[in-house]
Design a protein around this ligand. Structure first.
Ligand code: DOR
Ligand code: ZN
Ligand code: ZN
Length: 439
């Protein structure tokens, strides 16, 4: 593995972008200084660019095993590194659902053989696998679908939910898809005559999200159990979160996705079922409230909920079309574009997409550009203007809800544990990511 010296960039180091050089040796960062030893290293001229710690996407669905016509660990991780993402945490609603140690170990072996980025996996909760959850090893956390979505995982029985919080290690992250199954079903029954796209956002409305987030909040408090609320879609549910950046002191952390910040129910007109996901898009006021919560540190991380479905599957009516959008390869560009528009700073992006995810999930040697940390690095051109095009997507489903949108700010090169895996459209086909370790 060659050593690299990345020279001339502004490097995110100790909370700000600074003119520094970074040297990698093998899979680690060897030096970060105004001028580093160049002997034996390949020097990369990064003048005018910004160097971020590798982007960490803590919420993706890569569909392997079982639904590999939509994506697999190879295509999903290829899209990841093309989008500047060096590490991902993958969800258990594959086929079969990853609900046992044996199935987790299988996914880890598959990823080791084909993933371009570093990988970690959630174990899925069911109503009766609490023993597996309590004993699970090599997992980033426990995923609970409190409401049904893609796949068959669902735990909505309050007794079963209580048992999971009571009987699993308190420090292990429980990550919840927080929507209230009962209210959602009542709404669906009441609205079943409707055929417009926006009905989806009424079936799973703000109250549906708020009730489940409250339930998860109460369980976390009762059992003093670490909780992460996935994909917040409403301003209202953020009332349960504590503002500030002291993640290690927080019992409850929360995440938002770019689409909940940048899209609202007005998108159905243009996108139809391509804008269908769970939880659904909400109002413009929710967009604003989620930005505010992010700025306040009430929401800690940005992740994508990358959830590919084919265009054929999406070409059904609003009730039948599957929920989810491919997102991993444009999330950094979307957020850089938001920074270019003055909605946030580049330093905040490094916090929300690198440091905070590493801290929330206690990822070893990740999230920071520091000697001894993994050489996961994302080199970015904040001035490049490029249009998102379906035909240029690396996800297997080859479409993006952002098709046709011009964005300012794109990743140029991606390093995964010291290997230059992506360089402006070309990949190092031999390089592989590694299993993520947890502190
Ligand atoms: O929109 C969604 N898609 N929400 C989920 O909860 C699951 C995901 C998927 O796996 O398709
Ligand atoms: Zn979800
Ligand atoms: Zn998800």
């Amino acid at each position: 593995m060659p050593s690299y010296v990345i020279a001339g960039a502004l490097v995110f180091h100790r909370g700000r972008f600074q003119p520094l050089e970074v040297r990698t040796d093998g899979p680690y960062i060897a030096a970060v200084a105004p001028s580093v030893d160049r002997s034996g290293a390949t020097v990369i001229d990064a003048a005018g660019l910004h160097l971020f710690p590798g982007i960490i996407d803590t919420h993706v669905h890569f569909r392997e095993p079982g639904r590999t016509h939509k994506e697999d660990l190879e295509s999903g991780s290829r899209a990841a590194v093309a989008g500047g993402v060096t590490s991902y945490l993958e969800m258990p609603n594959t086929e079969p659902s990853a609900t046992t140690q044996a199935l987790i170990d299988e996914k880890l072996a598959l990823a080791a053989s084909k993933s371009h980025a570093n990988f970690g996996f959630f174990i899925g909760a069911t109503a009766d696998n609490v023993q597996e959850l309590a004993a699970a090893r090599r997992v980033c956390g426990i995923k609970i679908f409190m409401s049904s979505s893609t796949g068959s995982l669902l735990v909505d029985d309050p007794v079963a939910l209580d048992r999971i919080f009571a009987q699993t290690p308190r420090q292990r992250v429980i990550a919840v898809h927080a929507e209230c199954e009962m209210l959602m079903r009542q709404n669906a029954e009441r609205l079943k005559h409707r055929t417009d796209f926006a009905v989806h956002s009424e079936v799973r409305d703000a109250e549906v999200a708020w009730r489940a987030t409250r339930q998860a909040y109460e369980l976390a408090q009762k059992h003093q159990h670490r909780l992460h609320v996935l994909h917040c879609s409403t301003a209202r549910e953020t009332e349960f979160f504590t503002p500030g950046r002291s993640i290690e002191a927080k019992l409850i952390t929360a995440e938002v996705c770019p689409h909940y910040l940048l899209l609202n129910t007005s998108a159905y007109e243009r996108l139809g079922t391509l804008a269908k996901m769970n939880p659904p898009l909400k109002s413009e006021a929710d967009n604003r409230g989620l930005w505010q919560a992010l700025h306040a540190g009430a929401i800690d991380c940005i992740a994508t909920d990358h959830a590919p479905h084919t265009l054929d599957e999406k070409r059904q009516d609003i009730w039948k079309a599957p929920s989810g959008i491919p997102a991993i390869e444009n999330s950094l560009a979307l957020m850089l574009d938001s920074a270019a528009r003055g909605r946030c700073s580049l330093e905040q992006l490094a916090w929300w997409m690198c440091e905070a995810p590493a801290r929330a999930y206690r990822l070893k040697r990740k999230g920071f550009i520091e000697p001894g940390f993994d050489a996961d690095l994302t080199l970015v051109d904040t001035t490049e203007v490029r249009e998102v095009r379906n035909e240029r997507q690396f996800t297997r489903v080859k479409w993006s809800p952002w098709h046709g949108q011009r964005l300012t700010g794109w990743p140029k090169m991606t390093f995964v544990r010291g290997c230059k895996v992506y360089d402006q459209g070309t990949f190092d086909e031999a390089a592989r990511g590694s299993e993520i370790e947890y502190a």
